[in-house]
Design a protein around this ligand. Structure first.
Ligand SMILES: [Zn+2]
Ligand SMILES: [Zn+2]
Length: 325
C-alpha cells in the first residue's frame, strides 16, 4: 500500500498537524512550520519540537514534510526580494531541522520581469547561498513541479534539470512531483501509455530517484492550461486513471504522497477522509488486466539506484481558487 497523507494545518501548534493527520487516517503529513503568508515567525520552542516528535511517535504518522512560505521567490530579479527569500528559506530549513523534518518543499520561483534563463540562474545562486548557510543541518530542499502560471519556473522538467545541473550540491536537492501541476503544465497522465511517456520524460530529464514526495491533486483546469487549481481526486480534469497508474507503480512504493485538495466536509464526511478512501480504493481494485501490470517490474529493474538513501517526506496547497503549493 502506498504511503498516503495530506497537508494539515498547524493551528494550535505543529503537534496539531500530526493529530489532524491521524484523525483523517493519514500515513504521513505535510505542514507549514510557520504562517505561510508572513515573512516573520515566532521561534520554535524546544518543547514544541519535542511535542511534535512525541505526536509522531504516538500516532505512527511517518514522513513529516514541510512546505515553505508562499512569499519566497528564489528566482526574483529584485535583489532585495531575492535576498529576503534566501534568508527566509534558511529559516525554513532551520525550523524543519528543529522539528526533525528532513525536507522542505519549495517552488522554484517566478522570474517576473527577467527571463527564464536568468530566473534559473537566480534559483541556482539562491540554493548555493542557502546551502552554504545551513551546512551541517540534515534538511534538504525539494523543488516542486509547477503548473507554469505566469512566469513561474519548474513547469518543464528541463527547468528542474537545469537547476540540478547548476547547483554546487545537487545531492541536497530532490523533487516533489505534483500531479495537478504536471498535468496543468501539459504532461498527460490519463492513459497507461501517456503515464509511462510522461514518467519516461521525467526520468530522462531529472531521474525518478530524485522524487522524494508526491502531491496528489486533481486539476480543475485542463491539460496544458498552466493554471494551478486543485480539485478533489477523480473530480477534476484528470479523473481517476492517473492516480490508479501512480498508486500501482511499485517504483514509488516508498515515496510518501500528500493530498493538497480542498478542505472541509461534504455530506458530513471530511474531504481528506473521502479523498484518501478514493485513493486506497484504486489500490485495492486495480482495473488493469494482469498482463498490463507485468511491465512494472521490468521498468523498475532498469531504474538507476537513487543517489542518496530514502528519507522522510513533504507540503500542500489550499483549496480551490488559492495559489496551490
Ligand atoms: Zn498547486
Ligand atoms: Zn503541490
Amino acid at each position: 500500500m502506498p504511503i498516503l497523507g495530506a497537508h494539515m494545518s498547524i493551528a494550535g501548534g505543529c503537534r496539531r498537524a500530526v493529530e489532524r493527520a491521524e484523525a483523517a487516517g493519514c500515513d504521513c503529513v505535510q505542514l507549514f512550520t510557520k504562517n505561510n503568508n508572513q515573512w516573520k515567525a515566532k521561534e520554535i520552542a524546544p518543547d514544541e519540537a519535542a511535542e511534535f516528535q512525541a505526536a509522531l511517535a504516538q500516532t505512527g504518522i511517518s514522513h513529516p514534510i514541510a512546505h515553505d512560505s508562499y512569499l519566497i521567490n528564489l528566482a526574483s530579479p529584485d535583489r532585495r526580494l531575492w535576498k529576503k527569500s534566501v534568508d527566509a528559506m534558511v529559516v525554513e530549513l532551520l525550523r524543519a531541522g528543529q522539528l526533525g523534518i528532513p525536507y522542505v518543499i519549495t517552488h522554484p520561483g517566478a522570474f517576473t520581469t527577467s527571463s527564464e534563463s536568468r530566473g534559473l540562474r537566480r534559483v541556482i545562486a539562491a540554493l548555493d547561498e542557502i546551502y552554504a548557510q545551513v551546512c551541517g543541518i540534515p534538511v534538504d530542499c525539494l523543488l516542486e513541479t509547477t503548473a507554469g502560471q505566469g512566469t513561474s519556473l519548474g513547469w518543464r522538467f528541463e527547468h528542474l534539470a537545469a537547476i540540478l545541473d547548476g547547483v554546487k550540491e545537487p545531492e541536497r536537492l530532490g523533487v516533489c512531483f505534483d500531479t495537478c501541476h504536471v498535468f496543468a503544465a501539459g504532461y498527460p497522465l490519463g492513459t497507461r501509455s501517456e503515464y509511462r511517456a510522461t514518467l519516461r520524460a521525467f526520468e530522462a530529464a531529472v531521474g525518478l530517484g530524485r522524487i522524494k514526495a508526491f502531491h496528489l491533486n486533481d486539476s480543475l483546469r485542463p491539460l496544458g492550461s498552466r493554471v494551478d487549481r486543485h480539485a478533489h481526486i477523480g473530480r477534476g480534469a484528470m479523473g481517476l486513471e492517473p492516480f490508479r497508474h501512480l498508486l500501482g507503480d511499485c517504483r514509488f512504493r516508498n515515496v510518501p504522497m500528500y493530498l493538497e485538495t480542498p478542505k472541509g466536509t461534504e455530506d458530513g464526511v471530511d474531504c481528506d477522509v473521502r479523498n484518501l478512501a478514493v485513493l486506497r480504493g484504486l489500490v485495492l481494485k486495480p482495473s488493469r488486466p494482469p498482463a498490463a501490470q507485468a511491465e512494472l517490474p521490468q521498468r523498475r529493474r532498469s531504474r538507476p539506484p537513487p543517489r542518496e538513501p530514502e528519507r522522510d517526506g513533504p507540503p500542500r496547497t489550499e483549496g480551490r481558487g488559492r495559489r496551490s503549493v
